[in-house]
Design a protein around this ligand. Sequence first.
Ligand code: GTP
Length: 605
Amino acid sequence: FTPDVIRNFSIIAHIDHGKSTLADRLLELTGTIAAQQMGKNEQVLDKLKVERERGITADENANSMIYDRQASRYMLNLIDTPGHVDFAWEVSRSLAACQGALLLVDCSQGVQAQTISVFHNAKDRGLTIIPVLNKIDLPAADPDRVIAQMQATFGIDPEAVIPISAKTGRGVSELLRAIVERIPPPIGLTSSPFRGFLFDSFYDRYRGVISLLNVKEGTLRVGDKISSTFTGKRYEIMELGIMHPEETSTSALYPGQVGYMACNMKEPTDAHVGDTLYRVGQPVDSIPGFKPAKPMVFAGVYPIDSGDFPKLEESIKRLTLTDRSVSVQRESSSALGQGCRLGFLGTLHMDVFRQRLEDEYNANVIITAPTVPYKVVYKDKEVIVSNPTDFPEVTDTTSKVKEIQEPTVSASIIVPEQYFGDMMDLCFSHRAEDLDHRYLDSTEGSARILMTCTIPLSEIVTDFFDQLKSRSSGFASFDYEEAGYRRSDLAKMVFLLNSKPVDALALIVHRSAQESVGRAWVKKLHRVIPRQLFEVPIQAAIGKKVIARETLSAMRADVTAGLYGGHYERKMKHLENQKASKRKMKRIGTVNLPQEAFFDILSQS
Ligand code: GTP
């Protein structure tokens, strides 16, 4: 296959708009997999259990198809992209291997916000976009309206839209033709020195690290000696091939091709996504246009039973082998014991990781409230702080801290107009700025509106998404892109039990919300902390200043009170129970806290 008959493309689609179904149909139509095989392994592209359960594509894959048209034989490489905003990093790495993208929209649902940032990413890279309208077989389909939305949102020419049904197969052969005709072939000279882009890798117990790569220029053959720009390490190619749809070995990969390679790479950490590979002795310029993964949401992960820490740490280590976008650091807390601080790409990413931990390693964990990376600007340096514990106590003008900055995102929300007012309120209550909006279609009474604003990342990592959904009866969709840091009036709030701070509960709040947050938290603590033998003040404080306070009145811990004589066994049992639960208590200063109290507080935040 010479570059002129190769087409590398991705599918950009909102969740459930039919990406996997279309991929299956393309594989089937090109004879890559037989129709009868489909039922067995529904949707070849989505492999992980957790993805199936949540119906999202969290990991990456690539598939090669052979397509005969007129006298030519084409190789079509479908490079899968995750459909969720948290995985923008993976989107960026897959788009870097493509020349075109199919923008797939469900014509019964209309344009959704989630695809906006991926679309712009593809457009900025100069990829050819083929707009595709899916599910035209559905009675609820409203093609004209959705085409109008595509035009208003993405500036798409209505003439260019290809209507299909991924389910019945209608229109899919026209789409295949458009892929070949509209998407340009990769530019890459066979005679140039080899230059390859590593975009994914996985670990195989027998062969070591298997990497997926896109050959940008030159030819790669079995036996070639290559080197990594990133690590400088050298390898020999043991095996090469394409995913057709499973691994199919070949003797060489040519310019524009996407395939896998096994070399004598033993350490998964040596496969750097975004790395440029070259032949030993023939160094090349590295391939630009790739944004590395950057964790934006951090949380502490602790075992429920502190004796389980070694097991938890081992499980985390093994999981990060398959998902290296997670950053890991040990941390300890006087309340929760030994744990790890993990950095995720977003909150969905965090949920997926937690579920994997629970599913694959039976690990019972407590995850603390998520925080974002703040920037603390001192007179002579800037420090990124992602753990409230490390946040400076005092941030007034007399201290060494010049200012605090927080990460922001530019958000897009698409919503039917009757929910517009609610969405405005939601945005304002989350400190949104630069609010703007425009209509995407002109349907009387239920036109869709695209709203945009800048909003602090910390405001959307907690309950923003849930509120967006509930306040719009599920109709609003949401997407965001990083928008840099901005100065902000933030402070560290600590909670004191009997005047002793509880480290695991510290949080960063915006000053405008300090009273309401402080009050809500002390109320919550008051509710879940059991009464002690003495009176316990529960306080929220910023620096030396107490913002909110509740007092837990004293009780006499006589568990046998109310049990009358003669019930000796019952009495003993109660005493036994009390002893057992004491063991599970955590001592904070002079206050005993049951694990469940932490659980309650942290899981609600
Ligand atoms: P994620 O993997 O969650 O991103 O979803 P996806 O975009 O891959 O969607 P998927 O292919 O899983 O399709 C979602 C649902 O839509 C499934 O129930 C499909 O059977 C259905 N579906 C996909 N294409 C069509 C179509 O053309 N017509 C109809 N009627 N249903 C379709």
